[in-house]
Design a protein around this ligand. Structure first.
Ligand code: URA
Length: 261
């Protein structure tokens, strides 16, 4: 292994090794591998590689393009963690268990290791739902400060006008406060694609109701970078490594942006 060079004192732009991007130890800490100190130790001990080469401390990386591995495991996949993408059908509850014994989403995925749904979908909402035992990722995906986008295809009663779409985009006054700016586009006369980055209870239904177009059918089609049109209702699959990494990037950069950094 080459000389270990510390980049801790260097500025953030130019790398000590000619690479651009963020310092490796900072990236590793940000995606939850460990504290900054732990990540520095991992690098110093030669346990981290970038694009197949053992990395030195101070190395700069672009998380979007570099393949970063810790002990040979790509970051984004820590041992023991599982991440499933499910296409939830209607009338299946997005909860880990139901006291009344109704079908739940955990019954549609393997039961070992035990996983939990990430956030909520109403019983009568269909579409993409993540299930995982990755508590840190769940927290970030569901916490409003990370602002991960969720996209819905919404069939509504009536035919929304451009003015209605503008109201949905600009924010609707709901009983629990105004909604944040959203994206809204008409896909068909009564079908709207609505993209929001909050996760309030029954938010899409309440927004559409408030503009006079109650929801007839609600399907979630994207969670941050994750979409899959080929997954049939009731089917699930494991997320691919790149998808897990993309989710981790989404929850790290969004938080950074919100701080205005
Ligand atoms: N908004 C809703 O109203 N319901 C859902 O299930 C998800 C988002």
């Amino acid at each position: 292994m080459g000389d270990v060079v510390s980049g801790a004192d260097q500025g953030d732009r130019s790398g000590v090794d000619g690479h651009d991007g963020e310092r490796l130890q900072k990236v590793l800490a940000r995606v939850g591998v460990g504290s900054r100190r732990t990540c520095e130790d991992l690098i110093a001990n030669g346990r981290v590689s970038v694009d197949g080469q053992v990395a030195v401390l101070g190395r700069r990386v672009d998380l979007d393009t570099a393949l970063i591995e810790v002990d040979g495991a790509p970051i984004g996949v820590r041992p023991g963690l599982v991440h499933y993408l499910l296409n939830k059908p209607v009338d299946v509850l997005a909860t880990a268990n139901d006291p009344q014994g109704r079908p739940t989403v955990v019954g549609l995925v393997p039961d070992d290791p035990r996983v939990f749904p990430v956030g909520r979908l109403d019983a009568d909402t269909e579409g993409l739902l993540l299930l995982t035992n990755d508590g840190e990722l769940t927290h970030r995906l569901t916490h409003p400060s990370y602002g991960v986008e969720k996209e819905y295809v919404v069939e509504v009663r009536g035919e929304p006008t451009r003015a209605v779409l503008r109201r949905l985009r600009e924010g609707i006054e709901l009983i629990d406060g105004p909604t944040a700016p959203a994206r809204a586009a008409l896909l068909d006369a009564s079908v709207v694609r609505l993209t929001i980055h909050e996760g309030r209870n029954r938010q899409v239904r309440r927004m559409c109701e408030a503009v006079g177009h109650p929801v007839v059918r609600l399907v979630r089609t994207r969670i941050g970078p994750i979409a899959d049109r080929s997954l049939a209702p009731g089917d699930y699959r494991a997320l691919r490594v790149e998808e897990i990494r993309a989710l981790e990037v989404a929850v790290s950069t969004n938080q950074v942006n919100q701080r205005g950094i």
